[in-house]
Design a protein around this ligand. Structure first.
Ligand code: SF4
Length: 222
């Protein structure tokens, strides 16, 4: 079983170097109506439906290290008001992330897409120093059991995701939770009791569907 805390330590040795972080792509995307996106390498979960797994889970084979300044310059040059770090888990390499966010002017909104596992109170307190961030926590289950089945990590870490949402609210950071709607029934999602949930949809690549089947995960909606 995956231990996200232990896996983070291993991943950090591969993707964090002083204040630099490993990325594999910089691109213009249509998400959120258009945003400049940097795709980082390395993650502390092993989600059955991860479409980026080939790169994100084997960061030693792909990409290269970029300083916060290099990343910010690439994103600013794309000339969008929204900038985003996606791909793997951006919360890993804290020093890099905090420095990176600090390099964007206030007229750029920094979108932080995360699984929220590492977002404890200290981390969130530091993030609250930035006024131009928006955090999107991607929930990986509707309870411990589904979280465990989907991520390969102990179900007890599901509460880290819920705690992160509480803390983001407490510190007044703009945030939203998102969930992959294909995997859960309307009742399961409603019972979570999280307001304004954003729905994500499954990208049905053949390798993703194969992996879901192998793990015995059925789609709740076709
Ligand atoms: S949290 Fe995201 S990047 Fe990490 S394994 Fe899950 S889907 Fe992939």
């Amino acid at each position: 079983m995956v231990d996200p805390v232990e896996l983070t330590k291993i991943v950090e040795t591969k993707v964090c170097r002083t204040s630099s972080r490993k990325y594999y792509r910089f691109r213009k995307t249509s998400f959120y109506g258009g945003c400049a996106t940097a795709d980082c390498l390395g993650c502390n979960l092993r989600c059955a439906y991860c479409w980026a797994q080939k790169k994100v889970w084997t960061p030693e084979k792909f990409g290269k290290f970029y300083t916060p300044r290099e990343v910010s310059e690439k994103l600013i040059k794309m000339n969008y008001s929204l900038v985003r770090v996606s791909g793997g888990e951006p919360i890993i390499c804290k020093k890099h992330l905090l420095e990176l966010i600090s390099l964007f002017p206030e007229n750029k909104l920094f979108i932080l897409e995360t699984n929220g596992i590492l977002l404890n109170e200290d981390y969130i307190e530091e993030l609250s120093n930035f006024k131009n961030i928006y955090v999107r926590v991607s929930l990986k289950g509707v309870d411990e059991k589904t979280f465990e089945q989907i991520t390969g990590a102990d179900g007890k870490f599901f509460k880290n995701q819920l705690n992160a949402l509480e803390l983001l609210k407490k510190y007044g950071i703009k945030y939203k939770a998102a969930i992959l709607v294909d995997l859960f029934t309307e009742n399961q999602i409603t019972n979570l009791g999280i307001p304004n949930l954003e729905y994500e949809t499954l990208i049905k690549y053949p390798f993703v569907m194969k992996r879901l089947r192998k793990k015995g995960i059925n789609l709740a909606r076709e």
